[in-house]
Write a protein that binds this ligand. Sequence first.
Ligand code: MG
Length: 387
Amino acid sequence: MRTLTILGSTGSIGRQALEVVAAYHPEVRLGFLTTNANVELLAEQVERYRPYGVAICSEDAYQAFRERSRFEGPILCGAEGIAAAAAWEENDVVLSALVGFAGVAPTIAAIERGTAIALANKETLVVAGELITARAQERNVPLLAVDSEHSAVLQCIVGESPHTIERIILTASGGPFRSYSPEQLEQVTPADALRHPTWSMGAKITIDSATLMNKGFEVIEARWLFDVPPERIGVVIHPQSIVHSLVEFCDGSVKAQLGVPDMRLPIHYALTYPQRRPTALPRIDWEQLRSLDFEQPDTVRFPCLRLALDALASGGTAPASLNAANEVAVAAFLQRQIRFLDIARVVERTLATILPSPMTSLDALAELDRHARFEAQRIVRQLQQEG
Ligand code: MG
């Protein structure tokens, strides 16, 4: 038996992970399931999947769960509760599927324990990639990507020597506005942006996909996960989302991983890596498939990709500021406080006010995160006044 704790079990990745475990992983025993505040779904999951314990971040939601549920296992509360669930000594694998900066501390807590990480929280590597990969290496902890692109790269490099990798090429669907003009982009609403053409995901990552910030984050993620310098990581737009990424080797050969866009496959692979195990997940329909298209990303219409690449080049704390500003901007856009193109403006202006410094500690990073959020909030208000 292997014990799996899922941080963020009520989110999109968490729900699909529970499905995958129930369907294909009889050897997995569930440790903790955690949620920010969705205790209704957590209660259903507890009934259905019988975890050892739960952790709930919001104090109010924790009280509500205690009053309503007859769950007899441990019920932990607050950010400390989530970190304790991550660091539980019986965990063999922790699936880190929280959204945003909130995922960093519990992921580090699990690494410190020496627990293998299935990493779906890309912000963890964006803000603290240098610290986290160094720590994981010291502790000999595997970091397995549960991002479709990075799972694809992982599947391409199994059995290859790292020094033979010449280039990683991440594919991007281009999002729902791939062919929009700048004028059309000004008019985009949250409802438009939440309608992703190929992937079904949570709200934050769906907006990040529409701005291409998600792809910028994934370049940063790849840089740390595979220890490949930024100039050897490319991005290509591939609207069908069938080719999940490619790796070019020193002899000129290119390997790609293909599949139906379905996050259950990368989740499953993270649990069986480096082996494979049969599933009944959907197959590519080769009779229907007519073409696979590729084009270059347009960083003029989608400046977030350029901002992310610049932040990676600046190094140090720049990607952490990028992430904080983006989290604030996306939330403000979803609340209709700013417009779609303002997301990039908030990020750009925040990065211009906060000079990057070397990455020292997690505490310094948390302080920087607060500072960058404060600046980003100020810029959001400025943009609202400018109308
Ligand atoms: Mg992805």
